[in-house]
Design a protein around this ligand. Structure first.
Ligand code: GLC
Length: 716
């Protein structure tokens, strides 16, 4: 074991010879220590870390994952998996985020930097035993100290490097569906949004835009004159976001295939031949994203689309997903043939069923190919979780070469910590199930802990048919997530905001309008969270120290001023909400109408009609709002509305920048610093403008602890 002091609060323990995942950006100095802090360690073939939890301990983290925000009680396997049925028994989803925070008498974080499979048994096998099992003993373990979970997360965010910042338009609403097949369909969607006056910034292009599912091609029958089409749709106010899949179709004459073969840019099998597996296009090869040359090559392929006017992408199937390999198919066919003559008994029947159901994403296949990590040949299975990360890195790095000062939208399905610097993530193929709204809520702060900020789920659910109230409730939550996209699978019931009756359309439209009005706050909080290493979504107890707050998993803090309490149950027109202090409630139907109510600290039952979004403003905090518009670029920033709940003094820094470039990193951003102070029966307002040239007027609704509203206006 070698020990390195990374920062005052972070120590790295190196076992064996780990692969450099580049998740952590700091190296630190070697120092001496003969044991790990907090954890017991055992290693020979495997490495095992043990910790005795107390009954009251809460374990946070693990990013995109199943179960609660408190991970206790579960067993989780970090192994990026293409599994669309997120039932509670599943141990892996698409991401692998090996960071946890132990929040008990001892408070510390653990990051297990290992790119293959890691098991976190958090009181599953034994109620109070935390066991982390790494399949190999070549691993870096980071122990992060801090006086609170919030501090520990801040320290962790400090060592993994700054999170991805999308362009501002990416905070607008996105409409997507697998099944919009051609330019006529897309145009129709755009027209529907315009006609119904529903704000929207982007429409996603799923695999059908490609010519037979080949990356970096356009189906010319479906999209004649693609460049002109991109322009035409942009003139209507929408951007198009095409999907890019990991697998490259094997087809003579197809440029990406030919170049990949010629330069040996594809992953190889054990004979050194390009590895073959099937995905959407049929048999494919897989770019070796772990090879820096291949990564650069593939990334620059995105230029084909950026040259056509595209400014955003979603990277998919990059666990990588495998439908079958020749090996798996052969095994299945042979088993089926052998079964033909048999009277299948319980064993042979299930064996037959298994061989087909396990054909996709089979571990034997993941063990059957290799990466050339710049001369070092590594079996894929050992570095599985780096694949999607490096696909997204390949695009992210290329964008900087294509246009060094332009932000592109990029989000991925598979991920590992480190990828958070290059793109965001969507949480993959969920279902139109109520349970998945709740799962979505719980995943958001866990993802922030692991560095992922541009995040969101398929709103309305990807698989299964959605009913109206589910789509309404899900939109009412997603208006708060940085990535706000309605996406669904082919063959499922349509769930665009206008797909149901007038009333549903109106409710969802009002919710989306509210999202646009909230963009000043959402963007400001997003950017400040990244710049100051805070979280955008937080569990309540990260700010409130009482015991009850630690138990709350269905409410979130959003930025520094708000608490949200979404409704996620069928037919529910209300819910219980726990308030750790008095707060100001605004039930939003139409954001133009302001009606507030002071709700007292403690447990409260709240009526929440289908058309209402409950929003809580914390005590001595400030919410800034603007006006909605049809897209982000057309938002009118001349007037800000402030809603403040003030007992004695409230402060807020409203951040803004150009929304498109990286100039903010050079200090080119603006701030409006607002301070509201109670002075006898009145309030004093102080506003300092640091470089904001857009805001001319700020109107204030200041609400005191008794619910009295004082209105003021300040001109800048
Ligand atoms: C995968 C993606 C999904 C997409 C589909 C077709 O299932 O997760 O979002 O619509 O592939 O490309």
């Amino acid at each position: 074991m070698k020990v390195f002091k990374i920062t005052e609060s972070v120590t790295k323990y190196t076992f064996g010879k780990p692969i450099n995942t580049e998740a952590v950006v700091l190296t630190g100095e070697e120092c001496f220590r003969d044991s790990l802090e907090f954890l017991k360690v055992k290693y020979n073939q495997e490495l095992e870390l043990d910790y005795d939890m107390n009954t009251q301990d809460v374990i946070w983290g693990l990013g995109e994952n199943q179960r609660g925000m408190n991970k206790k009680g579960g067993i989780y396997e970090s192994f990026c998996s293409d599994d669309p049925r997120h039932t509670p028994d599943k141990k892996s989803l698409y991401g692998a985020h090996n960071f946890i925070v132990i929040d008990g008498d001892n408070k510390f974080g653990v990051f297990v930097d290992y790119p293959g499979k890691v098991t976190f048994d958090i009181g599953f096998s034994k109620k109070n035993k935390l066991k982390i099992i790494v399949e190999e003993s070549n691993v870096d373990v980071y122990i992060i100290k801090g006086k609170s979970p919030k501090n520990i997360v801040r320290e962790f965010l400090g060592i993994i490097g700054e999170s991805y910042v999308p362009p501002k338009w990416a905070f607008g609403y996105q409409q997507s569906r697998w099944g919009y097949k051609d330019s006529k369909d897309i145009k129709e969607i755009a027209e529907k949004f315009i006609e119904n006056k529903i704000p929207c910034d982007a429409i996603c292009l799923d695999i059908d835009y490609m010519e037979r599912f080949k990356d970096f091609t356009i189906d010319k029958d479906a999209f004649p004159n693609f460049k002109g089409f991109v322009k035409e749709i942009k003139e209507k106010g929408f951007r198009l976001i095409p999907i890019i899949d990991a697998g490259v179709k094997i087809e003579k004459g197809y440029e990406v295939y030919e170049e990949g073969i010629e330069n040996k840019y594809f992953c190889a099998d054990d004979k050194g031949e390009p590895f073959i597996a099937a995905v959407w296009p049929g048999v494919c090869h897989f770019p070796d994203f772990l090879n820096s040359k291949a990564r650069e090559w593939f990334g620059l392929k995105y230029k084909f689309l950026t040259d056509l006017g595209i400014e955003g992408f979603w990277n998919d199937m990059n666990e990588p997903a495998i439908f079958y390999t020749p090996r798996g198919l052969k095994e299945a066919v042979e088993t089926a043939k052998a079964s033909e003559k048999e009277n299948l008994d319980i064993h042979s029947f299930f064996a037959l069923q298994d061989v087909f159901s396990k054909m996709a994403n089979n571990i034997a296949d993941y063990k059957g190919f290799y990466h050339n990590m710049n001369g070092n040949i590594v079996n894929h299975y050992k570095v599985h979780n780096l694949y999607g990360y490096n696909m997204t890195r390949s695009a992210g790095e290329a964008f900087r070469k294509i246009n060094s000062n332009k932000r592109f939208l990029l989000f991925s399905r598979a991920s590992y910590i480190g990828m958070h610097r290059y793109g965001g993530i969507w949480t993959g193929d969920n279902h139109s199930w109520w349970e998945h709204i709740l799962l979505n809520i719980k995943m958001m702060p866990s993802l922030n802990m692991c560095g992922f900020f541009y995040i969101g789920a398929d709103t309305g659910g990807f698989g299964s048919d959605a009913n109206e109230q589910l789509v309404i409730r899900w939109n009412q939550f997603s208006i708060f997530t940085p990535l706000f996209r309605n996406h669904s699978a082919m063959g499922t019931r349509s769930q665009e905001p206008y797909s149901f009756g007038e009333n549903t359309k109106e409710i969802i439209t009002k919710a989306i309008e509210f999202r646009y009005a909230l963009i000043p706050y959402i963007y400001s909080e997003y950017m400040k969270a990244i710049n100051n290493r805070n979280m955008y979504f937080m569990p309540i107890s990260f700010e409130y120290n009482d015991e009850m707050s630690r138990r709350i998993e269905n409410q979130l803090l959003l930025g520094e001023s708000l608490m949200i309490a979404p409704v996620y149950e069928e037919n529910a027109v209300g819910r219980y909400v726990y308030l750790p202090e008095d707060m100001l409630l605004w039930k939003v139907r139409d954001y133009r109408n302001r009606k507030y109510e002071v709700v007292k600290k403690g447990h409260n039952y709240l009526n929440v009609d289908f058309d209402e979004i409950p929003l809580f403003i914390r005590k001595n905090k400030i919410l800034v709002l603007g006006k909605s518009s049809h897209n982000v670029e057309s938002l009118d920033s001349a007037e800000l509305n402030v809603i403040a709940f003030v007992e004695n003094e409230a402060n807020y820094i409203y951040y803004d920048d150009d929304g498109n470039s990286y100039d903010f990193k050079k200090g080119k951003y603006s701030e409006i610093i607002i301070c509201i102070r109670k002075n006898n029966e009145d309030y004093e307002i102080e506003v300092k403008n640091k470089g904001n040239k857009l805001v001319k007027k700020i109107s204030f609704d200041i609400v005191d602890v008794d619910g009295n509203i004082i209105k003021k206006i300040i001109y800048l």
